[in-house]
Design a protein around this ligand. Sequence first.
Ligand SMILES: [Zn+2]
Length: 106
Amino acid sequence: MAHYPFTDRPDLLVLTCTHVLEGADITMVCHHFNDNTWEFVCDGQHTEEEAIVLSIGELCETDPSLHLVCDLPVGAAATRKSRAHAWQFGRIGGEDYYPAADSRMP
Ligand SMILES: [Zn+2]
């Protein structure tokens, strides 16, 4: 198996969208406080039908740059314009926030 940077199990199920499966760049990653879920989506508009669940290990194989967001604290989000741009880090509005010990967050 390819290098797997996330501390969660590689078979951890995360939310993503059908566009990402079809090759769209992931432009937003959220680590939600409420239920500890991860969300990896493109910048498109999403309907319920376009929301899918995939293992985090599979996503990492599709997009190796996801290792740059693997230490995202609970309550934080990372966004970027495209796969060619750097990740920008911030907090998710309205959610509590637990910074990681060696977090890159401001
Ligand atoms: Zn999408």
